[in-house]
Write a protein that binds this ligand. Structure first.
Ligand code: ZN
Length: 294
């Protein structure tokens, strides 16, 4: 068992291949707890969140942000993860209670829950006027394959993606993690093949992670006899960017009529954050005072 959530990024000495590996069990457990997800929904949500955190580690500037959206035609509905460049992530699944029976023993029906029709979208906000948006059709709804297709078609980077979430019988998260291996332009096919073979000989990434003490040892198995350097190491945390002030400002944008109607119907003003499920309550007076400020 690995004690904490973190990621490691490594590169071979010839700078041909980049490997990023993440352990995210506590994060996915928190996402599960906050959204009360079914077993299969936890796996789908955890895979998307873990992938987004790995991708976020390639953002250049501190204020950059990345959103990974999976809009499948399955009963899960859209799944969205949003991460920053320093290892904070948050995510939601539109239908957290949705679940399906496993088709194979020990394998949750993530592809069926997400759906095979639909698209995967990556939005990178790097402070430019227009954010970068890349979109590909889903391949299998299993997330890893869909992402690999995204990297190839949208970013022209051949990649190997593995994502996994092990859910316990009490629905808690036993292990979660992922790995993205990418070939740099002009990389030697032999090196990539070697690394791919090492990965293919391992058990599933969630099994490997559940049995390892740290990511360093997993990385050593993946790299085999290829010399490499660890180029980044950072903790990962579930952290939302919502807050009282931010949600009060959204409420203050509603018209007086809309606000009055809500207060009349429910007796209060209450907003919950999609990403983390946190509920914020406001008095009508509090919001009206905000409206008066320029
Ligand atoms: Zn939130």
């Amino acid at each position: 068992m690995i004690a904490r959530d973190y990621l490691l990024k490594a590169m071979d000495k010839d700078k041909q291949i980049r490997v990023t590996i993440a352990h995210s069990t506590a994060l996915v457990e928190e996402a599960h707890r906050r959204h009360n997800t079914s077993a299969t929904a936890s796996a789908a949500l955890g895979r998307v969140l873990t992938a987004a955190l790995i991708m976020g580690s390639d953002l250049k500037n501190e204020k950059d942000a990345l959103t990974l959206r999976v809009n499948g035609d399955g009963i899960a509905g859209p799944i969205v993860a949003s991460v920053d460049s320093v290892g904070h992530g948050r995510a939601f699944i539109s239908n957290p209670a949705a679940d399906l029976p496993s088709l194979y023993p020990g394998k949750l029906a993530v592809g069926e829950l997400v759906g095979r029709g639909g698209y995967l979208e990556v939005i990178k906000d790097t402070g430019l006027k227009q954010p970068f948006v890349g979109r590909v059709n889903l391949v299998s709804g299993e997330i890893a394959e869909d992402l690999s297709s995204y990297f190839l078609l949208s970013e022209q980077v051949p990649s190997l993606v593995a994502l996994g979430v092990l859910v316990d019988t009490d629905l808690s998260i036993k292990a979660a993690g992922g790995l993205i291996i990418q070939a740099m332009p002009g990389a030697d096919d032999m090196v990539l093949e070697k690394i791919e073979n090492n990965v293919l000989q391992m058990e599933s990434i969630s099994d490997v992670i559940s049995r390892s003490q740290d990511l360093e040892s997993v990385l050593a198995v993946i790299m085999g006899d290829i010399a490499y350097d660890v180029i980044a190491e950072r903790p990962l945390d579930f952290k939302c960017t919502c807050g009282r002030e931010r949600l009060a400002a959204i409420l203050a944008n509603l018209s007086r009529e809309e606000l009055a109607e809500t207060i009349e119907q429910t007796g209060k003003l209450e907003v919950s954050c999609n990403f983390c499920g946190e509920v914020y309550q406001f008095s009508g007076q509090e919001i009206m005072e905000k409206k008066q400020k320029p």
